[in-house]
Write a protein that binds this ligand. Structure first.
Ligand code: SF4
Ligand code: SF4
Length: 148
């Protein structure tokens, strides 16, 4: 399928809160290099997502699952030499995806629930490890890390 180019896409994203420096990206890849999600999910590449936005690949960006993989750690923002603020751009892309029907609000809410759950899970794993009473399922989760 040939992707339709939407020449307004980058203007729309850069006019949204946090998107003002989108056009300053010079594709250095520092954001991708530091991103913890890129390390475990090869399809998630902040540099590539920005390129796709700049190229007007609106349908491909907004319909993909990749924009929902970021967990808002802000590491990419601290490394970007151009202050592109990718974390904010992801928020803008998610808002657009919901506003334009590429994803439902219910889905966006569930992603937030997953983010909150992952923090609680981390707390429980650390506490269980510290206390020496990790149950079997949690210990199995930790074992999986060795395969990543
Ligand atoms: S670090 Fe900044 S300038 Fe470099 S690719 Fe990422 S967003 Fe673009
Ligand atoms: S904020 Fe998102 S894109 Fe940026 S480093 Fe963290 S997980 Fe990766």
């Amino acid at each position: 399928m040939i992707e339709t180019i939407n020449s307004q896409f980058k203007e729309i994203v850069s006019s949204m809160p946090g998107g003002v420096n989108l056009n300053l990206c010079y594709a250095c890849g520092a954001c991708t290099a530091v991103c913890p999600v890129s390390r475990i999910a090869e399809e998630f590449n902040p540099r590539k997502i920005i390129r796709m936005v700049l190229l007007g690949l609106k349908d491909e960006v907004l319909s993909g699952h990749e924009i929902w993989l970021c967990y808002q750690c802000h590491a990419c923002m601290t490394r970007c030499p151009q202050d592109v603020r990718f974390t904010e751009i992801i928020k803008a892309l998610r808002r657009l995806a919901v506003a334009e029907g590429y994803a439902t609000q219910e889905f966006a809410d569930k992603v937030e629930d997953i983010d909150a759950f992952s923090k609680i899970l981390r707390k429980e794993l650390v506490k269980g490890l510290y206390d020496g009473d990790l149950d079997e399922s949690k210990a199995a989760m930790l074992e999986r890390i060795k395969d990543v």
